[in-house]
Design a protein around this ligand. Structure first.
Ligand code: ATP
Ligand code: MG
Length: 497
């Protein structure tokens, strides 16, 4: 590590071990011992290590140990149940599965059925058979020297549009993103990152952790996002990375004031769209403009609003240095300024393909090496990238293409509406009918299906006006704050008979 070995890398800020901290020397020695333990369990260079454990400092040391071994780190969402875990174990064929101590019996059985040769455990109190085994092993481990094209990790996509796919990420991919973001976001010695994201996902694992490691910086580690705890800790931090729901929740917290965050250097948002309203409300409240960026499991970070310069609400900024981004029609024809189409990208951050799915990889790649992201958007006259949705969420109503974001923007601006999601629902005449699911502000009985429809009629062409509007207390989201439109489509699929 480039860092001062006595400097703090991580301090636990909640749970039974609150206050426990680890230095960079600890990072080196514990990851060395874990690497020896995994080698003794049979893990070799190139092998996958599947991991489903709670967020902890040791979980990060396990990630680093896997990389030091030249093995491939494969974290699984902690919410996945047995049926889901067995899909991933069969698909990825890991040499080792690390699970929670409390799950051990069931997971051993499952791993045996899936042909996984070894199982070990890691708990939140630095307990479990892996740390036990590592305890007396050497603090020194000679990190396996790997090529930049060798795999470092396989992360499964969030499964927002279908079954999760394993994205093969190389050491070169991770290094390019970490080096770029460290510089682009202006990390400086002394930066303290408040970490409240899950670490089975690109955002919390790679973006937050790798930039901190590169900076030799300190992370304040929360096992999960808790607005009260975040408000208490912000005075000790300089950078917060969050998903949009972090920011909407902070804005409803009375203790979240301009004074509280006057010293903060940077608030970053990503993983799901940040409403322009949230951005504006945040600036008004705090004087800080949230820096929104865009990325995906297959490419890490792709674009970012500038550190110095206009952070434009509702946009995801410019392609990162070294990353090429273009907008194209389905035919592949390139589109011009402000024209909406598929976002395609290429660069040192782009993954090596989907694990076990060469056909899917080939399908999503253009002949010149650009990757079709599945996101739909445009580039404006100043070069800012706008995401307007996903190709799979496009609604085709009576032969017309309807981009949900355009209608959502109109709906979200209606007084009394908190947020909306527009989906296509099968319809006997139109093919798909534009339909809206809306969260309204509490007590707004005046906001009704009829009032919403009447309002949109005055703003948009008839084929874009929702045929039905349903109200919900909260839109369904995953842990990264992504609205689950597939679930909404499933729920309402029979609405038009
Ligand atoms: P799956 O590919 O399995 O359907 P997923 O695409 O949601 O799931 P991830 O790789 O976790 O899985 O998420 C990447 C997606 O998140 C992007 O393709 C994009 O749609 C969305 N996204 C990320 N950041 C932003 C952002 N700032 N604004 C809008 N969308 C974003
Ligand atoms: Mg995706």
């Amino acid at each position: 590590f480039p860092a001062d070995p006595t400097a703090r890398f991580i301090t636990l800020m909640d749970g039974p071990r609150q206050g426990v901290w680890y230095s960079y020397a600890d990072v080196a020695s514990i990851s060395a011992r874990f690497a020896h333990a995994m080698a003794a369990l049979g893990v070799r260079r190139g092998d996958r290590v599947a991991v489903q454990v709670e967020k902890s400092a040791e979980n990060l040391f396990l990630y680093l140990a896997t990389l030091r071994l030249g093995a491939v780190y494969l974290p699984l969402n902690t919410a996945y149940q047995r049926g889901e875990v067995s899909y991933f174990l069969e698909d990825a064929a890991p040499a080792l599965f690390v699970c929670r101590p409390e799950d051990e019996a069931g997971m051993r059985e499952l791993a045996a059925r899936c042909g996984v040769p070894a199982v070990t455990t890691l708990g939140i109190a630095a307990d479990g058979s892996l740390p036990d085994m590592a305890l007396n092993l050497s603090h020194e481990f000679e990190t396996v020297a790997v090529g930049e094209d060798e795999l470092a990790a396989i992360l499964y996509t969030s499964g927002t549009t279908g079954r999760s796919k394993g994205a093969m990420t190389s050491h070169g991919n991770l290094a390019s993103n970490a080096l770029t973001l460290h510089e682009l976001w202006g990390f400086v010695p002394g930066d303290v990152l408040l970490h409240a994201l899950p670490i089975f996902h690109v955002h919390g694992l790679f973006v937050a952790t790798n930039t901190t490691l590169l900076n030799g910086g300190h992370m304040l580690f929360l096992s999960k996002f808790d607005a009260d705890r975040v408000v208490e800790l912000l005075p000790q931090a300089s950078v917060l990375m969050g998903v949009p729901t972090f920011y909407t929740r902070l804005l409803t917290h009375a203790g979240f004031t301009r004074e509280l965050v006057a010293h903060m250097r940077l608030f970053i948002s990503g993983s799901a769209p940040l409403l322009a309203d949230t951005h504006t409300e945040f600036s008004t409240r705090t004087g800080h403009a949230i820096l929104e960026r865009y990325g995906m499991t297959e490419a890490g970070m792709i674009t970012s609003n500038p550190l110095n310069g206009d952070r434009v609400p509702g946009t995801v900024g410019f392609p990162l240095p070294g990353v090429s981004l273009r907008v194209a029609a389905e035919t592949g024809a390139l589109l011009g300024t402000d024209e909406i189409g598929q976002i395609e990208i290429k660069g040192p951050n782009l993954f090596k393909g989907y694990w076990n799915k060469p056909e899917k990889t080939a399908e999503d790649m253009r002949a010149d090496g650009f990757f079709i992201t599945g996101d739909v958007g445009k580039i404006d006259g100043r070069g800012y990238v706008h995401i307007v949705g996903r190709a799979k969420d496009l609604v085709i109503c009576g032969g017309f293409n309807v981009y949900p974001k355009e209608i959502e923007t109109v709906l979200d601006a209606i007084d009394g509406v908190v947020e909306s999601a527009v989906i296509g629902v099968p319809h006997p005449d139109f093919g798909e009918a534009v339909s809206a699911i809306i969260q309204k502000k509490p007590g707004r009985d005046d906001v009704t299906e009829a009032s919403i429809i009447a309002h949109v009629k005055g703003e948009l062409a008839n084929f874009k006006v929702p045929k039905r509007v349903w109200f919900v207390d909260e839109l369904p989201r995953n842990q990264m704050g992504k609205v689950q439109k597939a679930a909404l489509r499933e729920q309402h699929k029979a609405a038009f008979g």
